[in-house]
Ligand binder design. Structure first.
Ligand SMILES: [Zn+2]
Length: 305
C-alpha cells in the first residue's frame, strides 16, 4: 500500500467499495477453461504471525489446485526504509513460505520490494542491494517485468514502480518497459485475451468513496502515465487488469476491461481486515472466449493482538 496513506488508512470507517457490475459467479468451469489464483500484498515479516498467516493462505490455495499463482507484489513487509539485516531476514522468510506453495508462481514487483527508494531510506544508492536487484535476481532473470501464456490467454506482469524525484517511489511505467510491452503485444496479436498485472493500480475509486470526490490521488497511489499508453492497450484484447497496493477489494469496469484490486493476504499489514474485507486472495476462472469469473476468498486468519 502507499506508505503515505497509512494514517488515513488506519482511521477510515468500514465500507466495501465494490464498483461496477460484478462478473462473479460460482459456475463450474466450462471445457478448456482454467483456474488461477491472484494473491497480493503478503508483506511477510517476523511479527504478528505473518509467516504462519501466509502458510495458512498457501494451504488454502494448494487445496484449490489452481493451474498457477500470480502474485501482485509487496511480497515482503518493507525494503524501502530498513537496514540490511532486516531486509535479508524478510526475503529469507519469503523463501521459507514459498516452499509450502505447490503451484508454479509468477511474481510481480511491489513498491515495498524495492530497497531504499524512500526519503527515509536506510540503505543508500551505493549499497549492493539498493533498488530492485534482489527481486530481479530472484524472479525476473535480471528484469522486473515479463509475460507468459497459458490456456489461450496471455499474461503480462508489469513493473509499475519507478524512482521519484524525491528519492521515493512513484507509480510509472518507464519508456524501456513500454517499448517492450509494445513488442510483446504485437507478438500476441489482437485476438488473444490478455490479463495484465500491475502492483500499483491504473485506476481506483475507493479513496473518493471514503474521503469524497475532492480527494486528489498522487503518483504514490496510481500509475501516473497510464493515459499515455491506454490507446496501445485498447488496440488489443485486454480483459483483466489485476492490481494490489491499496489492500482493498475493488472492481472497476470500463469498456471490456475489468480493473480488479485483489485485497491483501496481509489485510491491513497483519493488523486485521481492510474495510471489512478479510485477509485473502482472488480465484479466477478464465474461458477461451475471453470471459472470466472471479471470487474473493478469505482464508480465515485470526489477527494476533
Ligand atoms: Zn502493500
Amino acid at each position: 500500500m502507499p506508505s503515505l496513506s497509512r494514517r488515513h488508512f488506519l482511521g477510515t470507517a468500514l465500507a466495501a467499495p465494490v464498483i461496477g457490475a460484478s462478473a462473479s459467479s460460482l459456475a463450474s468451469p466450462r471445457p478448456s477453461s482454467f483456474e488461477f489464483v491472484f494473491l497480493t500484498d503478503p508483506h511477510i515479516q517476523p511479527e504478528l504471525g505473518a509467516v504462519e498467516g501466509v502458510k495458512q493462505c498457501f494451504a488454502k490455495v494448494n487445496e484449490m489446485k489452481p493451474a498457477f499463482v500470480v502474485t501482485g507484489g509487496d511480497l515482503i513487509m518493507d525494503a524501502l526504509a530498513v537496514g540490511e539485516a532486516r531486509l535479508h531476514r524478510q526475503w529469507e522468510l519469503w523463501d521459507e513460505v514459498m516452499k509450502t506453495l505447490q503451484p508454479t508462481a509468477y511474481h510481480t514487483i511491489g513498491n515495498h520490494d524495492v530497497c531504499g527508494w524512500s526519503p527515509k531510506s536506510v540503505l543508500k544508492n551505493d549499497h549492493a542491494d539498493y533498488g530492485k536487484k534482489l527481486f530481479a535476481d530472484r524472479y525476473g532473470t535480471g528484469r522486473t517485468y515479463r509475460s507468459f501464456d497459458h490456456g489461450g490467454w496471455h499474461f503480462i506482469l508489469l513493473d509499475s514502480i519507478a524512482l521519484g524525484e524525491d528519492g521515493g517511489y512513484k507509480g510509472w511505467i518507464d519508456d524501456a518497459q513500454l517499448a517492450w510491452l509494445q513488442g510483446d503485444l504485437e507478438k500476441v496479436g489482437r485476438q488473444t485475451p490478455i490479463t495484465l498485472v500491475t502492483h500499483i493500480p491504473f485506476y481506483s475509486v475507493w479513496h473518493q468513496v471514503i474521503q469524497g470526490p475532492q480527494i486528489t490521488l498522487g503518483l504514490g497511489a496510481l500509475v501516473g502515465n497510464v493515459r499515455e499508453f491506454r490507446k496501445l492497450l485498447a488496440a488489443y484484447n485486454l480483459r483483466l487488469v489485476l492490481s494490489g497496493h491499496g489492500h482493498i477489494s475493488e472492481r472497476i469496469q470500463f469498456d471490456q476491461v475489468t480493473y480488479l484490486q485483489g485485497g491483501a493476504v496481509s489485510g491491513m499489514w497483519w493488523k486485521g481486515p481492510v474495510h471489512g474485507n478479510p485477509e485473502g486472495f482472488v480465484h479466477i476462472t478464465c474461458h477461451q472466449d475471453g470471459s472470466f469469473e472471479d471470487r474473493y476468498i478469505g482464508y480465515d486468519w485470526a489477527p494476533r493482538r
